[in-house]
Design a protein around this ligand. Structure first.
Ligand code: URA
Length: 230
């Protein structure tokens, strides 16, 4: 958000006062004096006015985790272990999950405290593919490809799913790329053909691929390149 809008959101400053503060060189963002009203303030920026801290700077954190089966994609759960509990306590603070997975789904899970970044990754509008390896109970027909590409009507949400790409790898194995994350989406898509998904593993989200060196339950910080790619 622009620094003038950010400051005008505080009850103690109106727009005129904000202009004066900037002109007087009383505003600092991340330690630097700012006079341009268009200067961007991020969720993680430290903002000070006349030595008073209005927003404390924080470090952005980005992690990937190989989610094992049998844990919930939640920050808290009264009954089951959560993915957050797989991280050491100092790292867990204020993290959220970018794209949940079902209890028994495995694979790539991204966690961050950067809301803008996770929205870019998960919003259907950005069309970043979420790629799953799917194993089914019955044989996967070649006709599934066109049905998934055309989209399926989900009555509960009253929407048609966006085009999805299916690559058939074997009689009961496929790779599916979807650009949204509707509730139980993959299972419901195969459910349209009465074909039960018996194993589901997320391999990739947009430009970020699950690190093959991460055992189930293990995590690592994202690299600068991975963060910047989203
Ligand atoms: N689709 C599902 O059905 N389950 C998941 O965990 C992810 C996508």
């Amino acid at each position: 958000m622009r620094v003038d809008r950010f400051l005008a959101n505080f009850p103690q400053y109106n727009r005129q006062q904000v202009r004066v503060l900037l002109a007087q060189r009383s505003v600092r963002v991340d330690g630097l004096t700012v006079t341009d009203p268009r200067h961007e303030v991020r969720e993680f920026s430290q903002v000070e006015v006349a030595e008073q801290v209005l927003q404390a700077g924080r470090a952005a954190r980005y992690l990937m985790l190989n989610k094992p089966a049998g844990c919930v994609s939640a920050t808290r759960d009264p009954q089951h272990p959560t993915v957050l509990e797989l991280l050491p306590p100092p790292l867990r603070d204020d993290l959220h999950i970018a794209g949940r997975l079902d209890y028994n789904t495995t694979g790539l899970m991204l966690l961050t405290n950067d809301g803008q970044w996770s929205r870019r990754l998960t919003q259907p509008q950005t069309k970043l593919p979420k790629v799953y390896h799917v194993q089914t109970e019955d044989e996967i027909g070649a006709h599934y490809i066109e049905t998934f590409r055309a989209g399926l009507y989900f009555a509960f949400e009253d929407l048609t799913t966006l085009p999805a790409q299916l690559e058939i790898l074997g009689p009961r194995n496929a790779r599916l790329a979807i650009v949204e994350g509707r509730y139980h989406q993959v299972k419901r898509m195969f459910g349209h053909f009465d074909n039960k998904v018996i194993a589901l593993h997320r391999e990739r989200m947009g430009p970020i691929t699950l690190d093959p060196d991460l055992a189930p339950g293990a995590f690592r910080l994202l690299t600068a390149d991975e963060i910047a790619a989203v």
